[in-house]
Design a binder for this molecule. Structure first.
Ligand code: HSE
Length: 442
């Protein structure tokens, strides 16, 4: 069917910031190819932004307003693209768009992770679609890959570098020994960081994305509040350097893993072997490693943030919606990959019960018997040491760093051992613990 056979599809855009600007430019630049792919022309006819004076978007031919509701209620528009971010008013506007009989495309991971269950139920009731490819890993089509390309597999785990800002900071700390605030400021200037950069640094943004990945990988409802979250703000340049000496890199990973008791959902800094491809994903780049029973390990790599990479995913979702405008709603790809009435109630495993290997860094007074105390505590807790490294103290320092690699152990037991070690008067708390994942085939 030639694109000219149907009238153009009219789109309403909420948000003309970094990503909104990218979407307007990509849609305009690639209009010819996009309409050949979608079978229709796609035009943004109505757009809303908080501050129209500062936008760098290509707004040619659009009605502009500062009232998002005007766009959501515009009867001419059949798709609403929500790029405002945040929970409210985005949630209310998206629900209203669905009730108004409009499909929705969003890049808002916070919204989907927290309110996705409600939004998808509203979409199903209204027979509408909600596209959210851009919510996870920016330009990497990981939602489509898991939901469709890997649909024949029983997925076992997903491990991803899903926050570009955190990866950029860790990369710069390792490669150039730069300071944390300086690198963060650069990531913000480049448009990678969230409006509130603590979301990037403290792992909340990655947890939003992991929530979504876990749901589509395992067919479970979105459960953001059950994710264990640890950020990168306590990682020092020393930790980065010790990890390198031991043959590892520190990456901030989101991990969703099915085990015998349920699903682990966790976001934390992680040592991974240097030989792993994932260990070599640097700068603002994202990557998601998926393990399926049939496919084995599959790695998806690309730009996880930025105007046009994110626009790439948003525009692909718009095209998907346009292609299925005439399809029977019951035969569309389900939002969470599994049929809504076939979601599983697999429990989320409490972090205390998760087993991992880990790296410990201790600051110990340089006196006889300290190592013996530490190894005694570990032995009493049934914890086995894989490697141990003690660095010479700099001449003026009162403490010496001791670095240990610990074999796989249940979190609860490791917590007890760390508490006992921190209680020694020869140790300066806190003990730094960074979990370690080999990411081999099991
Ligand atoms: N702040 C996010 C990041 C942007 O750094 O990855 C993309 O979600």
């Amino acid at each position: 069917m030639s694109p000219a056979a149907f009238p153009p599809v009219k789109v309403g855009l909420l948000g003309l910031g970094t990503v909104g600007g990218g979407v307007t430019r990509v849609l305009a630049r690639n209009a010819g190819e996009i309409s050949r792919r979608a079978g229709r022309e796609i035009v943004i006819t109505h757009a809303a932004a908080r501050n129209l004076d500062t936008t760098t978007a290509n707004t040619a031919g659009m009605r502009l307003t500062e009232e998002a509701l005007e766009v959501v209620d515009d009867p001419e528009v059949s798709i609403i693209v929500e790029l405002m971010g945040g929970y409210e008013p985005a949630r209310g506007l998206v629900l209203r768009a669905l009730t108004n009989g409009k499909h929705v495309v969003t890049a808002n991971k916070a919204l989907i992770a927290r309110h996705g269950n409600e939004i998808f139920a509203a979409a199903s009731a209204a027979g509408m679609m909600v596209g959210f490819e851009a919510a996870v890993a920016g330009g990497i089509p990981i939602i489509k890959a898991i939901r469709e390309g890997l649909a024949g597999n029983r997925l076992e785990w997903v491990a991803g570098i899903i926050n570009g800002t955190a990866n950029f900071i860790l990369t710069e700390m390792r490669g150039k020994g730069r300071d944390f605030p300086e690198v963060l400021a650069e990531a913000q200037a480049l448009g990678y960081a969230e409006a509130d950069p603590t979301f990037d640094i403290e792992g909340i943004d990655a947890a939003h994305k992991l929530t979504i990945l876990a749901s589509i990988a395992f067919g479970i409802p979105l459960q953001f509040d059950k994710v264990y979250i640890e950020g990168i703000s306590r990682i020092t340049r020393d930790d980065v350097a010790y990890a390198t000496k031991l043959g590892y890199r520190i990456k901030h990973l989101g991990i969703a893993r099915r085990d015998q008791s349920g699903v682990q959902l966790r976001v934390h800094p992680t040592l991974i072997p240097q030989r792993q491809l994932l260990a070599n994903v640097n700068g603002v780049m994202n990557a998601v490693l998926v393990k399926g029973d049939a496919v084995g390990q599959s790695l998806f790599y690309g730009a996880g943030a930025g105007a046009e990479p994110t626009a790439s995913a948003v525009v692909a979702d718009i095209i998907d919606v346009v292609r299925t405008l005439t399809a029977d709603p019951d035969n569309r790809v389900p939002h969470l990959a599994f049929q809504p009435d076939a979601l599983s109630d697999l429990p989320v495993v409490p972090m205390d019960e998760v087993e991992t290997a880990c790296y410990l860094r201790l600051q110990a007074l340089d006196r006889p018997g300290v190592l013996a105390d530490i190894t005694r505590i570990l032995a009493e807790c049934g914890i086995s040491i894989e490697a141990l490294m003690q660095k010479e103290a700099p001449p003026s320092a009162s403490v010496v760093p001791i670095v240990l690699l610990i074999n796989r152990v249940r979190e609860q037991r490791m917590n007890a051992a760390i508490a006992a070690i921190e209680a020694l008067d020869s140790i300066r708390a806190p003990v730094v613990r960074i979990r370690l994942e080999y990411l081999d085939s099991d």
